[in-house]
Write a protein that binds this ligand. Structure first.
Ligand SMILES: Cc1ncc(C[n+]2csc(CCOP(=O)(O)OP(=O)(O)O)c2C)c(N)n1
Length: 639
């Protein structure tokens, strides 16, 4: 069994590469060996420590060629999403720290400007690379510099609207930018949509061949009709063929198009990149790669191997997690996924959508059971929200499954398309609260705060899986306005869940435990810490009250009044930003009162929270059992 004290060694060539300058000292014939070593090293480390996987393996050759040809950090290499940048990190001075990837205090799993000068742009969300690289290219122009700006974007990330906005803008300008489209046919799940078909059709030649045969048939008739017609036929042939190559889309957006080419031929890439350095203006290189390249299980099951959280055998791919910890309570996302199918079976108005996270949000059960009523819309959060709103206008009950951090992209759609029109869309907001190893770009810290200011929107969070089911049921029957249900990443409580569903009273919290002087008001599953803290304090003779408020909006004013009458001190607890969150809702209500208990708000502080396990991060910011106990003691001492 491998353990975290085992640190794999890099291969001989890699051991000497401390920066891209060392890579450049090698002969082109040695580059494939570097790639092999790089791939082995990524497999070795991730098989022990976990992390994103398939995407980095797929761009080993591209990464090596880029750092061989370009002059980073002066030339800017901008990775989209950034989950594929492990090779880049290893070649740019982080080889020996790579085993700390994504761990508390270790290096980030994504490019991060504060971590390295080679990380040209911080990232984690998709479809930003072309915009950022264009900004850099324009700045180079303004500063009279001749440096290059390169964006590397996957076919999945290319489905995000911002990528098109940037292409459109860049294609209309003359700045020197290279976009490398890394086409591996995969998002996390198989890529979706018309663009995917477009790219696949040309490279696999389905439509192309059919069309070409038809063109040739037609040309045959023309060609037998004399010289003039033969000329027309030949012009028609070139026009048709040009229209059918993938480049036509990008050419029409103002880009010079190159490809498609094999993205695993490191010297082919090197030569092409060297040539492209001489080509001015916006250009796009389309490369075709295999996600998980070089690790057979990852090539076979690309979604499963997008990321790995626990150790595995680096030959077979078998999990090395001890059997004893293999079984745990269902994840919240799975509770959502199953409840949705049960509800959809009873209510045919129910439809659902996810912006590119059918596995991450557990929408597959619904997509398999009701394929015509469940949609993966691509990496398109804004579209997902407005699409749900459109369905709602026609009487459909849309459950929009979306991560807290990605719903940030749909803020305007939430206001403009959903709330103003009072459309009863249900948002099932996964990964609410700190998410762990993915870190600051992915923490679901802000949803309660940014949603609380929007009228016509209910905001709730369940204490446990039973309540999640009942909240979803209640929301499914409620058609007055939109409803957001937030729940965290990871396992639910493992409690016995009753069959069927029960309605919940909207805007009502419940008392879980009566106490004496201090009441803790919790919002969401983080309330589990209060139960534990209350038990520990009770052993010392301190009895605290615990209220699971369930709703941040509307807040239960009646219950708050009762709590104010009964307790001297209130402490609120949430896994979300303190500023503007659930605790702020309580503070705003209390502000109107003349005599009131003291109030302490526990939540995420007003700073960026880095990566680590969820428990480590909760402990760091003091929203865990110990933090609660400390705060209870503090208010009691002060009193
Ligand atoms: C805005 C946004 N939505 C969703 C995600 C989650 N996500 C991370 S990687 C990924 C797939 C990206 O696919 P692609 O760009 O083709 O890269 P590949 O993993 O195939 O190399 C998705 C959907 C994200 N990072 N950002």
């Amino acid at each position: 069994m491998l353990n975290n004290e085992y640190i794999p060694k890099p291969g001989q060539l890699l051991a000497k590469i401390d920066s891209p300058d060392d890579l450049k000292k090698l002969a082109p014939e040695q580059l494939q060996d570097v790639c092999d070593e790089l791939r082995d090293y990524i497999i070795d480390i991730v098989s022990v420590y976990g992390g994103h996987f398939g995407a980095s393996l797929g761009v080993v050759e591209l990464t090596t060629a880029l750092h061989y040809v370009y002059n980073a950090p002066e030339d800017k290499i901008v990775w989209d999403v950034g989950h594929q940048a492990y090779g880049h990190k290893i070649l740019t001075g982080r080889r020996d720290d790579f085993h700390t990837n994504r761990t508390y205090g270790g290096i980030s799993g994504f490019p991060k400007r504060s971590e390295s000068e080679y990380d040209a742009f911080g990232v984690g969300h998709s479809s930003t690379s072309i915009s950022a690289a264009l900004g850099m290219a324009v700045a180079h122009d303004l500063n009279g510099k001749n440096n290059k700006a390169i964006a590397i974007i996957g076919d999945g990330a290319m489905t995000g609207g911002q990528a098109f906005e940037a292409l459109n803008n860049a294609g209309g300008m003359k700045s020197d930018i290279l976009v490398i489209l890394n086409d591996n046919r995969m998002s996390i799940d198989p890529n979706v949509g018309a663009l995917k078909e477009y790219l696949a059709d040309v490279t696999s030649s389905r439509t192309f061949n059919k069309f070409r045969d038809e063109v040739y048939d037609l040309l045959g008739h023309f060609k037998s009709a004399g010289e003039k017609m033969r000329k027309v036929a030949s012009r028609l042939e070139s026009a048709m063929l040009a229209a059918l190559t993938p480049g036509s889309l990008f050419r029409s957006l103002g880009f010079k198009y190159y490809g498609p080419m094999d993205g695993h031929d490191v010297n082919g890439l090197r030569k092409t990149l060297e040539d492209l350095k001489e080509v001015k203006g916006p250009k796009l290189l389309h490369i075709v790669t295999v996600k998980g390249k070089g690790f057979a299980p990852a090539e076979r099951e690309q979604t499963k191997w997008h990321a790995q959280s626990s150790p595995f055998d680096k030959i077979t791919g078998d999990s090395l997690k001890p059997n004893s910890i293999k079984k745990s309570a269902p994840k919240y996302q799975d509770v959502f996924g199953e409840a949705l199918v049960e509800l959809a079976e009873k209510d045919e108005r129910i439809v659902s959508m996810t912006p590119a996270m059918p596995s991450g949000s557990s929408l597959w059960p619904m997509m398999n059971r009701f394929p015509e009523r469940a949609f993966d819309v691509g990496i398109a959060e804004q579209h997902a929200v407005t699409f749900a709103a459109g369905l709602a206008t026609e009487g459909k009950k849309a459950f929009c499954a979306i991560y807290s951090t990605f719903l940030q992209r749909g803020f305007d759609q939430l206001v403009h398309d959903v709330a103003i029109q009072k459309l009863p869309v249900v948002f099932c907001i996964d990964r609410a609260g700190v998410v762990g190893a993915d870190g600051p770009t992915h923490h679901g810290a802000y949803d309660t705060s940014y949603m609380r200011s929007i009228p016509n929107l209910i905001i709730s969070s369940p204490l446990n899986e039973q309540d999640l089911r009942d909240m979803m049921f209640t929301a499914s029957e409620y058609d007055e306005q939109a409803w957001a249900i937030r729940y965290p990443r990871g396992a639910s409580t493992g409690m016995e869940v009753r069959k069927g569903f029960q309605s919940m009273e909207i805007g009502k919290g419940i008392c879980l435990r009566e106490g004496e002087s201090v009441a803790i008001l919790s919002f969401g599953p983080i309330g589990k810490y209060v139960t534990e803290a209350a038990d520990q304090l009770s052993e010392e003779g301190i009895e605290i009250g615990h209220y699971d408020m369930r709703f941040a909006k509307p807040i239960d004013e009646e219950l708050l009044d009762e709590i104010c009458r009964k307790y001297d001190h209130i402490i609120t607890l949430e896994d979300g930003a303190r500023l503007g969150g659930f605790g702020s809702a309580v503070a705003e209500y209390l502000a109107e009162k003349e005599s009131k208990p003291t109030l302490k708000i526990m939540g995420l502080p007003d700073r960026i929270i880095e990566h680590g396990t969820q428990e480590e991060l909760h402990a760091e910011v003091g929203i865990d059992v110990e933090g609660i106990i400390k705060n209870v003691r503090k208010v009691l001492i002060k009193a």
